[in-house]
Design a protein around this ligand. Structure first.
Ligand code: NAD
Ligand code: UD1
Length: 343
């Protein structure tokens, strides 16, 4: 029988792409999402792409009554836990909102997981836990630094909770540290929907190109990098999705080496902001309007992943290039605009 996986936050950006990858690998999926940052229409889009309909339950993971009812009625073989709030700037302004949602969801989920004797748990972490790493590329054993954002702190704290839990209860738990996810599904039927003005680079670039902002502001031109702009590791969201399938398969086959494992998910290549802009100009086939302004507070200079552990242990490697990923992001932005025109 096919394994049945609970995907929390499965209608969100990375979750919805992962549901597709799970379907493509013959897993059955049940999604729990409270739609706080997603839209129910993504369910139909997932079905359009894969020909399969995931089960869907709409409730808040911080709400214990529907959570218990869910586990009473849904047998599952593993959990991929995406559900969280992720807006870094908002988390600085309203820290309790982030600590409450991200930590209470996780703890209650683990309590039910434990009470029902379940195993196989995958957690969405972030390269943000490293802060500005001392060495590049960043390896999983790099020290975690004190962070400026409560959002980042929830990721560090969640990993600590999971480590303590997995070690004492001998469970199989994996934390995946994403570098910078970008792009849309190759079908261009699903992609990212940033709320308000995007803080992240790629959605800001595509929205500027479509005419929603006058120009891009590049935060900082005086970093100690090849062109003075900051460096990141941009990974296509479907490459990221496939890594979850690889991690899940490792757990289900009992191939994990310890009860709590951590893997970096990136491409292993760093690109500066200016390189991303130039790559996007090549896609547009024209120049793109930008200005270089002061650094953004809390930003780091450079981060890119050492991906050798994920390659060796998960048998996974990112395949989609920056250019292809940007092409999907641009096609998705144009699709959103043309859909808006129809209504
Ligand atoms: P997203 O906001 O698109 O998806 C999260 C989903 O979780 C949304 O559909 C939202 O409605 C749901 N949700 C949030 N709180 C919930 C709750 N209490 N109960 C039920 N549903 C809830 O975010 P994403 O970009 O897909 O990110 C997924 C995960 O990956 C998050 O944990 C995020 O912190 C982490 N992550 C994201 C990035 C990124 O750049 N997108 C980078 C590193 C890590
Ligand atoms: C941000 C978050 C981080 C999160 C990550 C992925 C902050 C401080 N950090 O990191 O916690 O894990 O997203 O979701 O918000 N840039 C511009 N102009 C823009 C937007 C961005 O120059 O309008 C630059 C940034 O300064 C950075 C690079 O582009 O150098 C990438 O920015 P972004 O997409 O926000 O990702 P991170 O800074 O890596």
């Amino acid at each position: 029988m096919n394994k049945r996986i609970l995907v929390t936050g499965g209608l969100g950006y990375i979750g919805s792409h992962t549901v597709i990858a799970l379907h493509e690998n013959n897993y059955e999926v049940v999604i729990v999402d409270n739609l706080s940052n997603s839209d129910k229409s993504f369910l139909k889009k997932i079905t359009d792409i894969t020909g399969k309909s995931p089960d869907f339950e709409c409730f808040d993971l911080t709400d214990l009554i529907p959570l218990k009812r869910f586990f009473d009625t849904h047998p599952i073989d593993g959990i991929i836990h995406f559900a969280a709030f992720k807006a870094v700037r908002e988390s600085v302004k309203i820290p309790l909102k982030y600590y409450y949602n991200n930590l209470v969801s996780l703890i209650q989920l683990l309590q039910e997981f434990q009470a029902r004797g379940l195993d196989n748990f995958i957690f969405s972490s972030s390269c943000t836990v490293y802060g500005q790493a001392d060495k590049l590329p960043i390896k999983e054993d790099a020290p975690l630094k004190p962070l400026e954002s409560p959002y980042g702190s929830t990721k560090q704290m969640s990993e600590q909770i999971l480590r303590d839990y997995a070690n004492i209860h001998i469970k199989k738990v994996v934390s995946l540290r994403y570098f910078n996810p970008i792009g849309a599904h190759l079908s261009i039927k699903i992609g990212e929907f940033p709320l308000g003005i995007p803080q992240n680079l790629v959605p800001f670039i595509t929205q500027t190109a479509i005419g929603m902002h006058p120009k891009l502001s590049i935060f900082g031109g005086d970093y100690n990098t090849k062109d003075g702009t900051a460096i990141r590791d941009y990974i296509h969201v479907y490459d990221l999705a496939k890594a979850h399938v690889a991690a899940l398969s490792r757990l289900l086959r009992g191939k994990n080496r310890s009860s709590f494992e951590v893997f970096n998910l990136g491409t292993g290549r760093g690109h500066s902001v200016l390189e991303v802009v130039k790559a996007f100009e090549r896609i547009l086939n024209k120049s793109f309007d930008y200005q270089i302004i002061d650094r953004r507070s809390g930003d780091i200079e450079a981060a890119y992943a050492d991906t050798s552990l994920a390659e060796k242990e998960l048998g996974w490697k990112a395949e989609i290039s920056l250019e292809e990923a940007l092409q999907t992001a641009w096609a998705w932005e144009k699709k959103i605009a043309s859909d808006k025109e129809k209504f």
